[in-house]
Design a protein. Structure first.
Length: 203
């Protein structure tokens, strides 16, 4: 502050008072619909004899809302196998972000739903996956789903795995309305040669 030659102090400028902050509005995610009107999504259930995928999208299929499987977590399995083989240092050099500094992997392996590979396609894993998907759908405002059920198809089996019926039942029991149920297993009109050789797979 500069001194005034008359000996008086200059008065400070007073800033205008701050405008009050506007009240925050709660913004609801999801489509604007009337009360009682259903909002549909599409639940793609892929059930093979090795795994079960429950994947919910919007009606166009472009936007994924939720996708849960009964499968094993690939990243953790990759690191764990490297550690078991004694190649932890090599993994750290190649992928520094994957291996933490502390000693990891004392606990059990963790997949999305089950810990054992043999249980990935089980009805229990499919039920847990469908329950998680249904909860996410309700959070974003989806109240009904059309079901597209799929087996491996093509050269493989055309029969859905054991998790298909369980996932469908879990979606219905979770409170979601079920619309169309459609089987979209790819059926070849002609195909490449199936594996197994001329004499077939011998058990």
């Amino acid at each position: 502050m500069q001194a005034d030659p008359t000996g008086r102090r200059k008065a400070r400028r007073r800033l205008p008072p701050k405008a009050p902050k506007p009240a925050e509005e709660n913004i609801k995610l999801g489509p604007q619909v009337r009360e009682g009107e259903n909002v549909f999504g599409v639940a793609h259930i892929f059930a093979s004899f090795n795994d079960t995928f429950v994947h919910v999208t919007d009606m166009t299929g472009r936007e994924t809302i939720s996708r849960v499987t009964g499968t094993f977590n690939f990243l953790l399995s990759f690191i764990t196998r490297r550690v078991r083989r004694g190649a932890l240092f090599a993994s750290f050099l190649r992928y520094p972000g994957l291996v933490p500094e502390q000693e990891p992997f004392r606990g059990k392996w963790r997949g999305m739903k089950v810990k054992a590979d043999r249980d990935e396609s089980s009805p229990y894993a499919a039920m847990l996956a469908a329950q998680d998907v249904a909860q996410k759908c309700k959070e974003v405002g989806i109240t009904a789903v059309h079901i597209k059920l799929r087996a491996t198809g093509g050269n493989g089996t055309k029969t859905p795995g054991p998790g298909a019926q369980s996932a469908l039942r879990a979606l219905a029991r979770s409170g979601l309305r079920i619309g169309r149920i459609e089987d979209v297993t790819p059926i070849p009109t002609d195909s490449t040669r199936r594996k197994g050789g001329r004499r077939g797979r011998r058990l």
